[in-house]
Design a protein around this ligand. Structure first.
Ligand SMILES: C[S@@+](CC[C@H](N)C(=O)[O-])C[C@H]1O[C@@H](n2cnc3c(N)ncnc32)[C@H](O)[C@@H]1O
Length: 466
């Protein structure tokens, strides 16, 4: 019998969700933190339940052949890229295996081929948006503590420590966004410290600086710096603009978002454009999109194009279909498919996203797309069908929570011939597919790696009406 606190030797077998791996002991599943499939480890049991246990690696006895040296010096402490110590090809196969396992266990879907994960064209520096956070308490790296050198403990600008929203790792390098992005981070940190601008504290509610959001147009070169602060201080923004624009001529726009609320979101109730147009442009194929500070846009531009190509193939369009794009955001998928079908009806419950989708359609000269502001759970009704026609193809791309059960029910009633389900959370996707199985067969499944070096999985499932 295994108990909490026991030290056990384990062979790590496979990857589970969120960077946790699976080992087994006398038939009991043990979820292992900090292990990689193929490792032999000595681990401490931290939780024991009836069905499974959880353990943390204390010592690596034999290293897995999947391991590689992580590129980043913050690996293991930073919450950004928890899979950097795994060879990229293995990351892809682990993600494929997780999708297969999740669809089987949570969705009851067996016997469907899960294709290999589509690799990202770039495995580092692939993000077009990063949200950095300011904090008054800098998280110290273990080697800094061991060094015995007197440490600077206050002000930090970087990423959160996993599960610690009050602690910020001060990042001087980062492999997720372009190298210029982290140079801007370092310059803003230096300026803030020189000027004595205080970081916001979620405990006291005091302080000025909350977030630094950097967005880039990978295919246009546009570059947005958005400083999220608690108050409006035009004098400070004027200085920041002058300093940044002198050193980084590639910056095309600077925005100041004011967030006076207790909510830790990296956006504001008010946005002041301090330089440039306040938006960036990004291109996917021959389409151009305008992206405002709060607009959702796929974070890995080059892989977004591949994702949309997968959607296009799965949709099987011949030029005549009516397509509904549920959870359409700013209309990226809808506009991408518009030339291959009769028309697309995009639906989203976010007013600014729908407004942006309409603007994007006009700007790209696309006339066969209509965008409707509605909740997905209520949108697929008789009125919509009367006005727009019955869709042959439905694309859905919900947020992590997946679809509301009423939305699944309305899809079953509407019964389009094909459904292409894009998901950033295979667990909720599997749950929804189980409901849709009343009328749909899963024809093919293709994971697409939007987030190399992380455990996040994007998955496309293609369904046909039975
Ligand atoms: C993952 S994004 C998909 C965006 C889009 N397909 C793209 O590629 O840019 C999810 C979208 O779902 C929208 N959304 C969330 N809940 C919704 C709901 N209940 N009804 C309609 N749209 C919703 C969000 O506003 C967001 O635009």
């Amino acid at each position: 019998m295994l108990s909490r606190g026991d030290i056990v030797e384990l062979e790590v077998e496979s990857a589970a969700y969120k960077g946790v791996s699976v080992a087994r002991r006398n038939g009991l599943v043990i979820l292992v933190r900090n292990g990689v499939p193929g490792d032999r480890v000595r681990a401490r049991v931290v939780k024991k339940k009836r069905q499974h246990a959880e353990a943390v690696v204390e010592e690596l006895l034999e290293l897995s052949p999947c391991r590689v040296a992580p590129a980043c010096r913050y690996f293991g402490t930073c919450g950004g890229c928890s899979c950097q110590n795994v060879d990229y090809r293995r990351q892809l196969s682990f993600k494929r295996a997780q999708v297969e396992e999740t669809l089987q266990h949570l969705g009851g879907i067996a016997g469907v081929e899960v294709k290999s994960t589509l690799p990202s064209p770039n495995v580092f520096y692939y993000r077009n948006k990063m949200e950095f956070t300011f904090g008054p308490n800098r998280w110290l790296m273990p080697e800094e503590i061991r060094s015995g050198v007197p440490l600077r403990k206050g002000f930090a600008l970087g990423l959160h420590i996993p599960k610690r929203h009050d602690k910020i790792l001060d990042l001087e390098v980062c492999f997720l966004q372009s190298p210029v992005s982290v140079q801007v981070v370092n310059r803003v940190r230096r300026l803030a410290e020189e000027q004595g601008w205080k970081a916001y504290s979620s405990y006291s509610g005091e302080g000025y600086l909350r977030n630094l959001v950097i967005r880039t147009g990978s295919n246009t070169g546009d570059f947005m710096v958005n400083l999220v602060t608690r108050q409006r201080r035009p004098d400070r923004m004027k200085l920041l603009c002058a300093e940044l624009l002198r050193e980084f001529p590639q910056i095309t726009t600077i925005v100041n978002s004011i967030n006076e609320t207790l909510s830790p979101v990296a956006s504001g109730q008010e946005e002041v454009v301090c330089h440039g147009s306040g938006v960036i442009r990004e291109r996917i194929g021959d389409l151009e999109f305008r992206i405002a500070p709060t607009t959702f846009f796929q974070p890995n531009t080059s892989q977004a194009r591949n994702l949309f190509e997968v959607v296009r193939r799965h949709a099987g369009l011949t030029g005549h279909e009516i397509v509904y794009d549920l959870y359409c955001g700013i209309g990226t998928i809808a506009l991408f498919l518009a030339r291959d079908c009769q028309k697309v009806v995009g639906i989203d419950n976010h007013g600014t996203a729908i407004a942006a989708a309409r603007t994007n359609a006009v700007a790209n000269g696309i006339r066969n797309c209509t965008f409707v502001l509605m909740d997905a759970a209520k949108a697929l009704n008789r009125n919509l069908v009367l006005r727009q026609g019955r869709p042959e193809v439905l694309i859905v791309d919900p947020p992590r929570a997946g679809m509301h059960k009423n939305t699944c029910r309305s899809i079953l009633e509407l019964a389009p011939e094909r459904v292409v389900y894009v998901s950033c959370n295979p667990a909720t996707q599997a749950r929804d597919l189980k409901i849709l199985a009343q009328r749909y067969r899963v024809e093919s499944v293709r994971p697409v790696d939007m987030f190399p070096q992380t455990y996040h999985i994007e998955n496309v499932a293609s369904l046909v009406r039975t």
